[in-house]
Ligand binder design. Structure first.
Ligand code: ACO
Length: 378
């Protein structure tokens, strides 16, 4: 027997496999904790800006006031899209999926920035600064509107909302989005971060790592779920329909969007924080529907699948928060990407310290020894 067939199978979905050593973040799934560079997420949320978290992920420490001032200037100076990226947005159809737009435009931005060779910190700053600009330009274009140029006096979250609407956002909307961006910026060895690290390990360029990560994030099992949560709540419609809708979905073996997680075996700490933000930001009717759905869904999931330890994940209340700050629901995944790009780029830079090509094996389960038969005789 060949060595390929004798290798033992890995756990399905590589569950529990440690794929890298990292200082950037860690998910303590049993305890429901998320740590960024030593800080519990509950220690940071609501107290730091997204820019401070970017600095933390890239530098391993929170900036002091003067470092933050310089860093903010550096980010703000990089917000404008290169001409190649702007031309790319203009060439895309208005009905394109915003994640496809983002993937394409960031690729063009990589060309426009001349991103090549070994990834650098400066490239990480430039790409991260440009995500909101690309999303907002497309969002306005499909409504027949001209792009709004970034405003250097606004922070990352406020400027994103400003570029979408052309008006300065309300403080509560800026705070809601900023906290969302802080909470989603990194999350251990999730699928898109792993993708970015695999690409980095081949010594490819940073734009390629980020474009691959966007592709991995797009799927509903990763970052594509929050708009599906809203679709679910729309279909449920009112409190009286929660039980029949959830029962019917589970009877038909459908997954409930916003529940379950590969690593968390208790409530996702980000969901706890977002639940409180959603309570403040949503209408009372909408929040009551979301919370009622959460409570009944958890009860039924625990009753039907007691061994699975299924809890609310980050996507469930992300949907409510992003909806309440005024984002169109199909922009939710790209807004998730606009946060996670900080984590992706931090991991790429970390991967390159003492890099070794990530190249696992597969278990061969196909036939062997087949004899070639010419096409006319098959
Ligand atoms: N609703 C109903 N049942 C569920 C759910 C759910 N949301 N999640 C898991 N299960 C059940 C599965 O049906 C399966 O049951 P079975 O063994 O009786 O068939 C069992 O729990 C294990 O499910 P898997 O899909 O194997 O779990 P895995 O760890 O691979 O997946 C995932 C985790 C993808 C998040 C899953 O829970 C899911 O699909 N959730 C819904 C989509 C979602 O919310 N995605 C966002 C994830 S958060 C993020 O990435 C930022």
């Amino acid at each position: 027997m060949s060595s390929a067939t004798s290798s033992s199978a890995s756990p399905r979905g590589l569950e529990g496999v440690v794929a890298a050593s990292t200082r950037i973040s860690h998910v303590f799934g049993e305890e429901g904790r998320l740590v960024y560079q030593g800080y519990e997420i509950s220690e940071l949320a609501g107290k730091v800006t997204y820019e401070e978290v970017c600095y933390l992920l890239w530098h391993g420490k929170l900036p002091n006031a003067s470092e933050l001032g310089q860093f903010n200037q550096q980010m703000r100076a990089q917000r404008t899209l290169p001409a190649a990226a702007r031309a790319t947005v203009r060439a895309l159809p208005n009905d394109a999926d915003p994640m496809d737009v983002l993937r394409t435009v960031i690729s063009a931005a990589g060309v426009g920035l001349g991103i090549a060779g070994t990834p650098t910190y400066e490239q990480a700053v430039a790409l991260t600064a440009r995500f909101p600009t690309a999303i907002a330009m497309f969002a306005r274009q499909r409504e027949g509107k001209e792009p709004v140029e970034p405003r250097a006096d606004l922070g990352h979250a406020a400027n994103y909302l400003y570029m979408l609407t052309g008006t300065a956002p309300e403080d509560r909307h800026t705070q809601g989005l900023d906290t969302y961006l802080v909470l989603l910026a990194d999350h251990g060895m999730n699928a898109s971060t792993f993708t970015a690290r695999v690409i980095a390990s081949t010594e490819s360029d940073l734009a390629s790592c980020v474009v691959g990560a966007i592709g991995a994030l797009k799927g509903p099992l990763h970052g594509g779920a929050p708009s599906l949560v809203l679709d679910m709540l729309d279909q449920i419609g009112d409190a009286a329909n929660i039980k029949p809708w959830v029962d019917n979905a589970l009877d038909h073996k459908q997954k409930l969007m916003g529940f379950g997680h590969r690593v968390y075996k208790t409530t996702d700490p980000r969901a706890e924080i977002l639940r409180e933000m959603a309570r403040q930001a949503s209408t009372p009717e909408f929040f009551a529907l979301a919370q009622g759905t959460e409570e009944y869904a958890l009860k039924e999931l625990h009753r039907r699948k007691p061994d699975q330890r299924l809890y609310t994940n980050v996507e469930f209340y992300s949907a409510s928060v992003l909806h309440s700050v005024g984002l169109a629901r199909d922009l939710f995944p790209s807004t998730f990407a606009a946060s996670r790009v900080a984590g992706w780029t931090a991991h790429v830079l970390e991967q390159l310290q003492g890099n070794r090509l990530i190249r696992p094996q597969s278990e061969y389960i196909g036939p062997q020894g087949l004899k070639f038969v010419p096409v006319a005789q098959r």
